[in-house]
Design a protein around this ligand. Structure first.
Ligand code: DGJ
Length: 542
């Protein structure tokens, strides 16, 4: 089975959101975020733990508020992922304790080539690494007592978007300079030899497979590779110290490289696990279960590039952060359906809802998509073999045809006709409980999006919003081509079902039907919208 999160030993697909950065100084700060989690029917939340708060004086730890947060989340019946804001937060050192900030001698900072220091701690600073590891280890000891079976707490993110931001591609401090001029570490040379297919190894061979210094080994790439190796080994050390005390899923996240001009240190933190150095990171971090991209990309192409880069044999795709915008409402189904993401989160929970918990206007599409994921989440970890296809309405698109084993799914996007001035009367396409759905979809800018899963030979699960679908069997196409190729109105009525039910999947992956559909409520196809986002259709294939 693919690596995934688990709770008490049971595989889970966590989905939900991350609170804003300063919401977790006390459990009371989480209330607004809880409203957003309810709106999206989430099963999980990501919450930071600040090094500055838990170790205000060196060696004096206080985790009381972490316990409060954990209890609050447990009582809500949610899974929790804690984010360790230690040495790094978005390529800076903003969350380190003041006693670390005050002692630049002991806790070395990154230096630019001209010797000026910047607000980032050096990944070559052994004292800093030890101090961070001690704090992370203490946190793990505390958490193990709190949640020994990892029922609520399902993972820890080690650091946040590490690397050097607003600075050079590598550190020029004396200790970094010494390491940069020294021979390559043996562990890295070994990895280069046993992974000849890697881009990094190819670069190394092109430079003559030298090992005497980073520059001779990697030429123009030496700076960034050096930063990546230093940051990765530092974080792996911190992770290992924690994991020794508490054997829980650990990962780190990435500010990805696909921004602006893709310049390390300026467009993303240099040394972070971006695609071009991901192999170095994978070799150097045996204690991390996976490395995860924060995906805020605005085009489907860029978004899918990032997904593809991080879904590898040795790395499942997990998305710890993404945006609340309409585009993410569509793209997230690509991550889950095409790239088999093992979990999905949207950043900035509190901004997704108004103070009464109702969805903020611009966030309605994203919340709707998350509701579909929520209803599927119980089954997703078990769908390794099933064919999962993504429904995606390109702008102005009316239909999407999707081939399944023995079937063709005809997807019709519900808003497409309305945009053309057709189909504006929706009095019996859905049912009376969703009477104004078409006007709502138009008003709230919801395009057709979702997933269709073939769960058995004659069975489909349809999930998403703003589309309807009917399934035409190969036999029917052969035997009744006239019925199927007539108008949609006639074709949809020619489809026979054993049963069609709205519902959700429970934590064991079993479908729980909630509402049964037939007659008019089915004669226009199997429709989904954000209040009925998952429907199971069992076909009657005569
Ligand atoms: C990515 C970071 O990891 C988050 O903590 C937060 O700062 C968001 N960016 C804000 O856009």
């Amino acid at each position: 089975m693919v690596k995934c999160f688990s709770s008490g030993g049971r595989p889970v697909f966590p989905m939900g959101g991350q609170v804003h950065n300063s919401s977790a100084y006390s459990a009371d700060g989480l209330d607004r975020a809880l409203l957003a989690l309810k709106a999206m029917h989430a099963n999980a939340v990501e919450i930071p733990v600040y090094w500055e708060q838990v170790e205000p004086e060196e060696g004096k730890f206080n985790f009381e508020h972490v316990g409060d947060i954990w209890r609050k989340i447990r009582d809500e019946g949610l899974y929790l992922i804690l984010l360790w804001f230690g040495t790094w937060k978005n390529g800076t050192a903003k969350y380190v304790p003041e006693w670390v900030k005050a002692d630049g001698e002991r806790f070395a900072r990154v230096q630019a080539p001209d010797g000026t220091t910047i607000g980032v701690l050096s990944a070559c600073g052994v004292e800093t690494m030890q101090a961070d590891a001690r704090a992370f280890e203490a946190l793990c000891v505390y958490l193990k007592e709190l949640d020994p079976n990892k029922e609520t707490l399902i993972g820890l993110q080690v650091e946040n978007e590490p690397g050097i931001m607003n600075g050079p591609a590598r550190d020029y401090s004396p200790q970094a300079e010494r390491q940069f001029q020294a021979p390559l570490p043996e562990q890295l040379v070994h990895a280069l030899r046993v992974n000849p297919q890697s881009q990094i190894s190819e670069t190394w061979r092109r430079n003559g497979a030298q090992t005497s210094t980073w520059e001779t080994a990697f030429g123009e790439f030496a700076q960034e590779y050096f930063s990546a190796y230093a940051t990765a080994t530092y974080i792996d050390y911190v992770a290992a110290r924690g994991q020794k005390k508490y054997d829980i899923t650990l990962y780190t996240n990435v500010w990805v490289e696909y921004h602006r001009f893709r310049m390390p240190g300026l467009d993303y933190p240099a040394g972070g696990a971006v695609t071009r150095v991901l192999d170095i990171w994978k070799w150097a971090t045996p204690h991390l279960a996976w490395i995860s991209p924060d995906i805020y990309q605005q085009t489907r192409q860029d978004y899918m590039t990032v997904c593809g880069d991080y879904m590898r044999q040795d790395n499942p795709l997990f998305v710890p952060e993404s945006g609340p915008q309409e585009w993410n409402a569509r793209f997230l189904f690509e991550a889950v359906g095409r790239f088999h993401a093992i979990g999905y989160f949207i950043f900035g929970l509190e901004s997704l809802v108004e103070s009464d918990g109702s969805p903020s206007p611009g966030c309605i599409p994203a919340i709707g998509s998350m509701r579909a994921l929520a209803a599927l989440s119980g089954a997703l970890p078990f769908w390794q073999e099933q064919k999962i296809e993504v429904v995606f309405q390109d702008e102005y698109a009316v239909y999407q045809y999707i081939a399944f084993e023995g079937w063709t799914a005809v997807v019709r996007f519900t808003t497409s006709g309305a945009a053309l001035g057709l189909d504006t009367k929706d009095w019996n396409w859905h049912d009376y409980r969703h009477k104004d759905y078409l006007a709502e979809q138009m008003k709230t800018n919801r395009r057709g999006r979702g997933l269709i899963v073939q769960t058995d030979t004659d069975e489909f699960v349809v999930a998403g919003d703003a589309f309807r679908v009917w399934f035409v069997s190969s036999a029917q196409l052969r035997n009744e081509p006239y019925a199927i190729n007539g108008s949609d109105f006639c074709a949809v009525r020619a489809i026979a079902y054993r049963s069609v039910e709205e519902g959700t999947f429970d934590r064991n992956g079993l479908f729980t039907p909630v509402v049964k559909r037939n007659g008019d409520e089915l004669d226009f196809g199997v429709w989904v919208d954000d209040n009925a986002p998952v429907v199971r259709a069992r076909m009657w294939n005569s």
